[in-house]
Design a protein around this ligand. Structure first.
Ligand SMILES: [Zn+2]
Length: 204
């Protein structure tokens, strides 16, 4: 059962088209599995559309098309997987890299124009990710298994959102390996020797 949903702020940003493209890719995995959030999103989009309809028409700037295309370029994914991919099979198109005992990482998008990267991370049951903090917003959706950290227990298709105030040490729950899709904006702040060691290697 899904217990952790995206915040209203995140859903509203998505409805307005303001969520960073790679964060939206993570959210898509949750939305595919969560009718509740799909309904919320539809409602927000309808309200947004109704508000737009009441606004007086404004003349387009001469460079409107050029600017829109430039924004599209920024938002375009740099590499595989396909934007619509929401299953582990369709997302895991790269190679798993050894990151530490029981921990593997598959980089999907190295870093886009908004300084966001997209990764799959795979952690064996009972293993902990090195403790770390964040310099920017992060959104994760669990594709398999689950983990616990200082903020709670997260299971398959749950969303976990982090910001610069989050310091955590996620530990994979017993059962199948925990596999998460994570979009991270900005660099992580590593707290341990292992994290500091692997950070330059994988560029997280
Ligand atoms: Zn939901």
């Amino acid at each position: 059962m899904i217990r952790h949903h995206p915040s209203d702020t995140t859903l509203m940003a998505h409805a307005a088209g303001h969520l960073p493209a790679l964060h939206a890719r993570v959210l898509a995995v949750h939305l595919a599995a969560c009718p509740h959030c799909r309904d919320e999103l539809r409602m927000m989009e309808e309200i947004g559309g109704a508000l737009l309809a009441t606004m007086p028409p404004a003349p387009l700037r001469a460079d409107a098309l050029e600017r829109s295309l430039a924004r599209l370029d920024d938002a375009m994914p740099i590499a595989a997987p396909r934007a619509a991919a929401t299953t582990l099979e369709s997302l895991a198109t790269g190679r798993w890299w050894w990151l530490g005992p029981g921990i593997r990482l598959m980089p999907l998008v190295r870093r886009d124009a908004s300084d966001t990267r997209l990764d799959l991370i795979r952690v064996a049951p009972g293993m902990a990710l090195p403790g770390h903090g964040h310099n920017g917003p992060e959104i994760a959706c669990i594709l398999q298994g689950g983990y616990a950290d200082e903020t709670g227990h997260y299971n398959t298709f749950d969303i976990a959102e982090g910001d610069p105030s989050l310091q955590h040490t996620p530990v994979a729950l017993p059962g199948p390996e925990c596999i998460c899709l994570i979009a991270t904006t900005g660099r992580l702040r590593a707290h341990t020797w292992l994290a500091r060691l692997v950070q330059p290697l994988v560029g997280v």
